[in-house]
Design a protein around this ligand. Sequence first.
Ligand code: BGC
Length: 731
Amino acid sequence: MDIKKIISQMTIEEKLLMLGGKDGWHFYGVERLGIEDVRVCDGPHGIRVQTENEHVNLPATNFPTASALASTFNPDLLKLTGETIGKECRHYGVQVLLGPGVNLKRSPLAGRNFEYYSEDPYLSGKIASAFINGVQSQKVGTSLKHYVANEQETSRLFISSKVDERTFHELYLTPFEMAIKEANPWTIMGSYNRINGTYGCENEHTLNKTLKKDLAYDGLVVSDWGAVNDKLDSHRYGLDIQMPGPVALDDRLKKAVLSGDLPLSIIDDHVERCLRLNQRVYKKGDNCGLDLEVNHKIAQKVALESIVLLKNENILPLKSNTKLAVIGRFSDDQVRYNGGGSSWLNAYRVERPLEFLKAKTKVVYAPAYDQEKVTRKSTEEALLAASKAKVVLFFTGTTASMESEGSDRTSIDLPHQHLALLKKIHKINSNIIVILNNGAAVDLREVQPYCKAIVEAWLLGSASGQPLVDILFGDHNPSGKLSETFPLQLEHTPAYGNFPGLGDEIVYSEGLLSGYRHYDTRQLKVMYPFGYGLSYTSFKLSDPVLSQTKITKDETLTLSVILKNTGKRKGQQVVQVYLKDLESYLPRPLKELRAFKKVELEAGESQKISFTLSERDFAYYVPHLGRFAVESGLFEACIGFSCEEILCSVKFEVNSDDKVRPHLSLDYPYNRWISYPYENTQVKKLVEMTRNPFWWETEPPLRRWLKVLKLEFNWSDSKLEEVKAMLMEEE
Ligand code: BGC
């Protein structure tokens, strides 16, 4: 397709039509020139597709939701997930999947956390990139959402997220940036909210400058559904397509173009991006077959690695034939496998864990609750069941109404009536294994003491029964790791007291200390840390080796370490590398995830694992430079199995010519000019020319001391100016 040629053949009306959706789920083509419409559908963990005319939801594989997917720490599996969903899109004639979502988990209360990967931008970026590469390998586009700083549901259509420049770049923009660099999503969805006062879909700074100029994004920016506030401003400042359509027809855009107020070149750029998408996606009719059974097996495989074993006091894995009391309808007809809202889909073959448990061993079942509600009768039944079994499997978690798009949670508590029941059961049978179904962190203080094991099964998608049984009975060794911190209590969370905010602004006042960066830096105890998850085998890490101990910022560093499976079973472990900047001018979080690898080892087997670290891993965002920069100094690579369980570490020095220290002015005092880590050579020259200052001369602005020196050394006015200029010279 010769895009430039097509643009030259299009009328202005055809061009403007392209900038609004054709209907809820199509972008316009140009029929006259043989350009097809593009069909889009919701994701992100499966395709929500309807028949075009009757609007009947068609069956699709429901993969585990994002929190679970990220807990695999396995980009290969994410690629496979993406490929599989891509194939389903291709079967159903869908050319763009609306996902994945990479907003960060600022607070566990955010209603859409189940749809987002992590509190950590690096993990989110890696997982999203793998997923996007998978989907797009099928010539199906993705829509990376919701760009940007869209971390809550309350007031989502107008709230302004106030976030400082450094935090914006180091945290909230990073997953988008990584995904653009590593996978180039063909579309990006502009968010509903405002960012520092301006709507996400008309924000010149985040769209035209950051996304299209700085990150050189060449794809298409589509608005979230109903997110456009002023379409003229939107198209002027970087939005390509307004959704959903049909968009109200008025001739404001046309008038603006004809009058020269909105240059035609801007419209042409939008159209070029629309046509580029058209060129990238598969052509209508080029569909592929669908075997939902095969895809179901893939979803089982992904679910297996998503499950995180949080606690195990020698009760798991279960011996075959263990008589079980299965408590709770989440195991059966109220199985929790997805959150609510636009990611909801018609899931093909939803497995109920109870059925799979019954196929495996002897089971007594008690429904115990209807969503949150427990009655006296259901309590009695549950207690009776528990008394008859060796081990109790207690299913609990968030109910459908607790976790959904459109609203935030007001607490991270599990249903109180479930917890009361758990305590009663514990008095009768203490061999309890708690199975959790939730899309975001919950408070486990009232669960921990009343069970011997906790299995975090998330919202595991439609294929959750078999994987859960395989983990419980040890046919598969758990390998999931928490993609978010489980705090001790809500009050300890970084955004507590500042979420979801009052009025129309939410200040991200915790700044960089979000997620584990907060608990880790402030040395706060948590229930379960980021990156944590148990296995049925044990692992040892040893012999960390660096390729060099001194590098310049543009050199890469190789870090290797030996991982050994010291237990009796095959298992997978996620080796995580966190970097500490031991000497930095601006404050930084204590340490940050910079690399990870998931490795499978047979019992007794060892493997050397290597990581490559480079410039961006050492860098932080320096506001006065307006970019990421590396500061010379000492770093430490901490290697372990969670952000708390660091098993070995090595130090190295990085040399950089980046001028991280802000340029000083004469309004700063002498002692700032000479302060660590940079001794300013210019001010030293001044001292050599004159004398050392007295202590009282070191604290006021330097220009005051200069006045004193002028008198003392009989400088002329021009000499003073010369000295000032010398001081201001770049080192
Ligand atoms: C959601 C998007 C979704 C869109 C289309 C919006 O309300 O925020 O994530 O893709 O609807 O359903």
